[in-house]
Structure formats: C-alpha cells, structure tokens
Write a protein that binds this ligand. Structure first.
Ligand code: ADP
Ligand code: MG
Length: 728
C-alpha cells in the first residue's frame, strides 16, 4: 500500500516570515507572562512620586500604558545654540568621574557623547553610579541645557535603543511638574523588561489573520521605536484592539439583549401589506426602499426584537418603509406607534401616513401634548381596547397613563435614541413578557465610522437613492451687496411665477458666554430668544423692503403654538409667498411648491444642518435653488455647493470637525479613543467590526477558552459600561 507523505510546511518566524530552524525551535525559551509583576507599585521618591500619582501612574502597568503623546525629533548636537534647552540622542564615547570641591556634592560624571554631527561633553551632577551604568557604546536620550563650548548640562536622561547612529525620534509624554517627559522615558526604559509580563488578549488565530504584532511588541514599538513607521505599526496594533473591544462591547450587549428579550413574531401571510404594496401606493418603491422593506419584514417575522436604524436623507422616503412595519403589526391585529420629537413633526407624519394608507381601512390617531383632553381620553380608551391600530405622536405616547392592548412595533423618528429610562417606558407598553420591535429613523446622514461607534449595537439600513423625480438643488454661496441684490431679484422672479421661498435666520451675534452657555438651559433659552429676535428683525426688513408687495410670514420657536401652526398652514396652503424663520423649520416641513431656500449667516450653521435645510426645497416638480449668504472661502459652504449626497457631506463634515478638534475648538464625538484615530483609521474600524461580528457569532457570551483573556480585557477596558443595559 502506497503511503502519500505530506510534508509539513517549514515553520517561519511570525511577521518576518524568515525560516526557523529545528535548533532554534528547541532552544526557544518557554515562558508565560506573570502579569502580577505589573501590579507592583512604581518605585519613585519624593516629588517624582507625587507627580506620577497626579498623572495616574501608580503601578508599573500604568506606566507601560502611558502612551506617548507625540514623537519629537531629537536635535542634532551640531545645531545646538548656546543657552538652548533641548533633547538629543547620542552615544557615549568615553565617561569619567571628577571630584567636586563643594561640600556635600558627589563626584561629577562627565561623558563624551557623539551623534554623528558633533561631539560634546555631557555633565551629570550628583549621580556617580552613572559611571558604571553608561558604559561607552550606550545610546542615551539626554535632556538638558546647552551651555556652549561643547558642554551640555543634563537634567533628564534615559537609555534608548542601542543601535543606529543618526539622531532619531524620541517619544514625548504627557508630563507634569516634577516628572518630565524625558524622566518618564527613562522610567519606561528601566521597566522595559517588564513588557514581557504583558498579557496578550487577542487569540493567536485572530492576530495571525490580521497580521498584528503581539501586544508587548506593540507597546515596545510605541515607546521605543526609532522611526515613525515602526511606532505606527505598534499604534495600529493597539488601536485595533481598542476598536475591537468597543465593537465587542456593543455586539455583546446586543447578544445579551437578544438572549433575554422577546418580541411578537409577525409572521402570517401579508394580506393587507401585500395588497398595499402591490397597488395602494401612489408611486413605485425605489430599490433601496424595497430592500429595506424586505429586511424589516423578515426581522418582524421573528421573535427576536428588531432594533434597526433606518438612515436616509431628507426626502429619501423613510416614511413608507416605517409605515410598512406599522401595517405589519396592524394586519396581525396588533398595534404600532410612530414617535416624533416635536408636535410639528408628529402632525406631518400623521398627515403623510394618512395619505400613504390611502384607501386601506386602518384606524389611525394623532396624540401629542396639545391633543384636547376629551379627544385624548377617547384615544387612550381605544388604544387600551385595541380598537385603534396605529398612533402617531410625541413622547405623549409613552406616558404612564397610556396603555396598549397589544403594542408590537414602535417607530422612533429623528435619531432620538432613547435613554435607558425611556426605553423601559416603551418596553412597558408591550404585553407582559414581550418588548416591541423598534425601528429608529434618522435623516441626519451619519458617516459610517460614526454610525459604527455610536450605533454599533443597532442593525443599520441606509436609503441612499433619491426617489424618482427628485432633483439636486442648485446651490450658490452669495457674498457681498451686489450678489445679494441679484439674489433677491432672482427670488422675486420665482415668487412672481407662483413659487415660494424660505428665509432662515440664525442669531447674528455670538452668544455672550459660549463657554458656560452652550449646555445650560438658561443660555439655550437666551439663544432661542436671540434667534427669534434676529428672525423678527429680518422679517420686518424684508416685508417692507425686498419683498414688499409679497405675502411674508414669520415663524420662530418662541411664538405661541397656535400662531406657529397658522404661519405654517398659510405657507403650506400657498397663502404666503415667503416664510422667514429660525432653524425650527430644519426638520419636518413639506411644501413642494417652495423652490428657494435662503440661509442668512450660513456659516453659523453646521454642514449637516445646512444640508437638512436645503432638503426643504427640491421636493416638487420645479427646479430649486439654495442661496447661502456667507463667505466664498468657507470650506463648509463650498462643500455644500459641490455635493448633493448627504452621506458624502457627512464624511466631509467629520473630516472637517476632526480638524476642528485638533485645534481644540469642536467636538466630534470620536475622541473617546486612546490610540485609534478616526476617521483616518476607518479601515481598521471596519476590520475590527468584522472581527467582532465573527467572534460574537461563534461565541456570543465570550465564554470559550480562546476568548477568556479577551473577555477579561473587555471588562477591564470598559468596566460597567460593558454591562450597562442597552438604550433603545
Ligand atoms: P423622508 O421621511 O425620508 O424625508 P418621506 O418619506 O417624507 O422622506 O418622502 C419624501 C417624499 O417623497 C414624500 O412626498 C413621499 O410621498 C415621496 N416618496 C417616497 N418614496 C417615493 C418613491 N419611491 N417615489 C416617488 N416618491 C416617493
Ligand atoms: Mg420624514
């Protein structure tokens, strides 16, 4: 019998791929890390110990995880100026001690050091033991003052990589009084051997697949690398781990929720929805809408609660998709709600849904804070009896007094992700032991990186295709008096043709105390008032000036609800030509005959806000115009003029905000990471997400032996965060 001999592939070194011989394999030391050694307190005395504590460096582990904030070029010796304080990297050529005359002073140590550009004498005070430690050939990082005449007084020093001759880069650390960056580097070098004790949380298979170095190697590279590329390899390894842990936490939470909660399975044949989709709609679905409906239909048919985020630009047609989910509940004799953040928005959804339901016989009601008491009582009774199938409204729908016979589906509009408490309120509305399927909708296009970080525990669907008949809006940046005059002429032309125009006014002045102001209720109130004033002034100016003879109405957040409604109704009915407003119209006004959007002081708005505003026009058959009054040099305004796609704008916005954050002016919401940098690390994030999905799919609760250390790292990194119940 012939035996086929299969030769095992020769072993190769990790990462380099160099062949490894038998002797090398047998000779390799076997050791396991002893992480307990990392728990030892840092040995420092006096001021340095206090300073270390202030930096949160108590244990050896804290030190090793204190990652450099930057890398700095070491100065070359030849370039040093007398009197300059600098860091150099140099090699010891000779070293000697010299007694000091002064009483109480220990011998001075003088080393001749060179860095390839020049040689100088470095002096160390009061540390005679350096004579033994810094033998010729040792490479040092020296921080001190160049006194001229080739003399350098060293204040901080550390051993660095032994090899290499040119001045390289050195790590620069967040430091404090009493503990300089160079001292930290010295401590780090002294503790370098302990990197051996660092535990590797990533399973070997996973590291191999993603070609990631070991954790301790990565840490060594980040601290001690001589060139940026090597340091970057280490940083990416740590960043991958960080992103993976975050994604694991999100998916782990989702997995736990799925294992504990159950929803009604809406799995019977589609009777009503089948008929409705086939012939009850006034238009054909886009491919995106069709795909979303199919996904949602499958999800609703299971008892695993749906938690899906439906993202789509203004006008992308989310309502019909949401209504499908609601009608699925209705045709099972169950109930569904749609919740909007404002009454105006709720009213519009109500009207839109009434239109879309068309001839189908499904009961529907609107419930908001301003629903009259008698009507409210009637609606509550019918929700409780089950007579009412669908309800649209505000948070009034989840108030304690509202009871449902059988709530199965909830649609939550406009990115109002609930907090844990509201989530509980919603859950309580479903029949005992069950929770509702939830569909979240947002018109704010979120860049993918942000969506993964912020909503990574939700399934996500995007509508990217605009429904047929929708055309991009001509967008222009208008600067200066001449252009402004021409713009008004152009608007009057539109108005004379029977079209309508929006004029949006942000507040003109900066809030008085932005530092304290942005987050305070009082300040927000003051800001709304200022905005209202700005709009009112502009309204009066335009009504008497540029738009004299046209019907101009005003809308701002401080008006009485009744007056707001009247203004909106007049504009919607075509009884007003121009609506002057604050950003309250940002979401939820639908007037297809409006073809002009004017934004005053456009730079005051964020990119996504401007995009939302622009989405108010271009909704009908006529070509529309968006005029942004502001500076032509504004990157944001230019981006808006150049791009129609909300998701593309969102990516630009993120990139711009990231820049803003670097100069410390804005928040991007992605600063939570220590080593990962977004959006630059987007590809790494995708890889980490895919990896987390694979891990959780195979081991949802992370209890296989292979994942024990990963679960440990997760608990250590995210602590309670990882255990927190999920918000809807
Ligand atoms: P969104 O809520 O995503 O901003 P809507 O659902 O309000 O968008 O839809 C915007 C407009 O487009 C509505 O008037 C709606 O009836 C219409 N619409 C939605 N889907 C389509 C489609 N596939 N074809 C044509 N018109 C559509
Ligand atoms: Mg909508």
């Amino acid at each position: 019998m012939a035996t086929s001999s299969v030769e095992a592939p020769a072993p190769r070194a990790f990462a380099t791929g160099a062949p490894v011989g038998r002797d090398a394999l047998l000779g390799a030391a076997i050791r396991w890390p002893r992480p307990s050694l990392l728990e030892a307190p840092l040995e420092l005395n006096g001021k340095a110990a206090e300073a270390a504590q202030a930096l949160g460096l108590n244990r050896v582990a804290d030190l090793l995880e204190h990652l450099p904030r930057a890398r700095r070029d070491a100065r070359s010796i030849a370039a040093l100026e007398p009197g300059e304080t600098a860091t150099v990297v140099a090699e010891v050529k000779a070293i000697a001690g010299r007694p000091v005359r002064r009483r109480g002073m220990r011998p001075l140590v003088e080393a001749t050091v060179a860095d390839g550009t020049a040689t100088m004498k470095a002096t160390f005070f009061n540390q005679p033991w350096l004579l033994q430690r810094y033998r010729p050939g040792t490479r040092l990082v020296l921080h001190g003052k160049y006194a001229g005449r080739a003399a350098f007084r060293v204040s901080h020093h550390a051993v660095t990589e032994e090899t290499g001759a040119e001045a390289g880069e050195v790590s620069h650390y967040a430091a404090t009084v009493g503990l300089s960056s160079t001292q930290i580097l010295a401590l780090m070098a002294g503790s370098r051997g302990l990197l051996e004790e660092v535990v590797e949380p990533l399973p070997g298979r996973l590291r191999a697949r993603h070609r990631l170095p070991e954790r301790r190697t990565a840490l060594a590279a980040v601290h001690f690398a001589r060139d940026g590329e090597e340091a970057e390899t280490g940083r990416r390894r740590l960043a991958f781990e960080e992103l993976l842990l975050t994604q694991l936490a999100l998916l782990h939470r989702r997995a736990r929720r799925r294992s504990r909660e159950e929803a009604m399975a809406l799995d019977s044949e589609p009777s009503l929805t089948g008929r409705w989709l086939a012939g009850g709609l006034p238009f054909n679905l886009t491919a995106d809408q069709g795909a979303a409906i199919e996904t949602i239909g499958v999800e609703l048919a299971g008892s695993r609660p749906m938690q899906r985020l439906l993202m789509g630009d203004v006008g992308s047609g989310k309502t019909v998709v949401a209504l499908f989910a609601m009608l699925r509940a209705a045709e099972h004799g169950r109930q569904a709600v749609m919740m909007a953040p404002t009454e105006t928005l709720a009213e519009q959804h109500f009207a839109a849904i009434q239109r879309l339901i068309g001839a189908e016989n499904v009961s529907l009601a609107l419930l908001t804070g301003s629903t009259p008491a008698a009507r409210r009582a009637d609606i509550l009774a019918k929700l409780e009896s089950g007579e009412l199938a669908l309800a649209v409204g505000t948070h009034a729908l989840i108030e304690p007094g509202v009871r449902f016979a059988s709530l199965a589906v909830a649609v939550v509009d406009e990115q109002h992700r609930f907090g844990v408490r509201q989530r509980a309120a919603l859950d309580a509305k479903a029949p005992a032991g069950l929770v509702a399927h939830v569909l979240h909708m947002t018109a704010t296009p979120i860049p993918r990186t942000l969506a993964l970080c912020r909503h990574g525990d939700l399934d996500q669907t995007r509508l990217t295709e605009l429904p047929r008949g929708r055309r991009p809006v001509d967008t222009h940046v208008v600067t200066g008096g001449r252009e402004r005059a021409r713009a008004y002429e152009r608007i009057r032309e539109e108005l004379r043709r029977g079209r309508q125009a929006f004029v949006v006014c942000p507040l003109v002045d900066e809030p008085e105390d932005p530092g304290a102001g942005w987050w305070g209720e009082a300040a927000r109130g003051a800001e709304a008032a200022a905005e209202a004033r700005a709009a009112t002034v502009e309204y009066e100016r335009l009504a008497a000036g540029e738009f004299a003879g046209f019907r101009v109405v005003l809308l701002h957040g401080q008006m009485h609800h009744r007056d707001k409604q009247a203004a909106m109704a007049a504009f919607a009915a075509g009884e007003a030509d121009v609506l002057v407003a604050t950003s309250v119209i940002e979401v939820g006004i639908d007037v297809p005959n409006a073809t002009v959007m004017v934004v005053e002081n456009a730079e005051r708005f964020g990119l996504s806000q401007l995009h939302q505003l622009r989405g108010r026009v271009g909704r009908g058959e006529h070509r529309s115009l968006c005029l942004l009054f502001g500076s032509k040099t504004s990157t944001r305004l230019r981006a808006l003029a150049d791009h129609a796609d909300g998701f593309a704008l969102a990516e630009i916005d993120l990139a711009l905000r990231r820049e803003g954050e670097l100069i410390g002016t804005r928040q991007s919401g992605l600063s939570q990471f220590r080593t990962a940098r977004l959006p630059e690390d987007a590809a790494l994030l995708e890889a980490a997400r895919a990896c987390a999905e694979r891990v959780i799919d195979g081991d949802p609760l992370l209890c296989s032996p292979e994942h024990v250390l990963l679960a440990g790292a997760l608990a250590a990194a995210l602590g309670e965060e990882a255990e927190r119940p999920i918000a809807a």
